[in-house]
Design a protein around this ligand. Sequence first.
Ligand SMILES: [Mn+2]
Length: 346
Amino acid sequence: MSELSNITFKEVCDRLEAAQNVLILTHMRPDGDTLGSAFALRTLLRSLGKRAEVINSDDTIPKRLKFIFGVDSLRPETLPNDFTPEYIVSVDVSTSKLLDLIEPEYGDKVDLAIDHHELGSPFAKETYVGDVGACGEIIVDIFREFKSRGHDVLDRSAATALWAAICTDTGSFKFEAVTAETHMRIAELHRAGINHSEIARRLYDSRPISQIRATRAALNALHFYNNSRVAVINFTQAMMKENDVSREDIEDIISLTRGIEGVEIGMSIKQSPDHPTLYKVSMRSNRVADVAKLCAVFGGGGHKRAAGCTLNADNEKLAEAALIEVIERELCELDAAGAFEGADAL
Ligand SMILES: [Mn+2]
């Protein structure tokens, strides 16, 4: 449990057990973790005879994640007319800003935030932040606790959503945050009868052709700094148009920068479609550098190995220069401290 928590895990379960008419909020640009966690929690609450609904700010759910809910949209308009929320829970939302368009209405009304991000700004009346790689892991634990309270309600569809949540948020179980406990939770999902191989195929192995075009353009734009220890892809709106690709198609180009021998920090910079001078940045660290710290310089945050921020600049080159200056200064300090020596030991 993190310092951001002001209630215990058991209290989280008590609150959910007592709650009625639960509205579950997910973060903007929804990922597998927020959607999978929300769907599974909705299943749990409905299995207990309660009403529960999920909403999101965005127009569409990414194609590869549609199987989790089986619907195109979770916008507030999709809520049933006769549903009045009495208890509001957010999942995988580290700051109310991430509620985006639904923030004005719900940002200050959240009763319980269930999350796993170390660097957040608490906004809910009660917050529980678990020390786990995916929010979905906390939801598995909630199912487990309800089972011990006599409600064994983990079904195949909820287990499918939770497997997708945990797999996507742990980089297919490759990230540092994965523990023996993560795999124990996954074992429980397997016992609920999931077809993990088919879920993985839907998530990773049926990419749209537009995404392949995006990958090709991104690799053409890939370049390096600091003796090839920093890899960067700067994706502009002009590139989006030239290659006829959508935001979703370039969502994961950051992984192209990170998976290269010798690279310590990978970075993607994406120009905003609405504000040409606004740039959205993702950073990944392979071994030693703390990219959450680097992103914090620009008002962002995240985890040591994966973080993000946004910044304003007159053009994409200036945005990149500002970021590279901070990155190179950090690498210089880490070099001076000998931080990379022995970093390869298993
Ligand atoms: Mn997450």
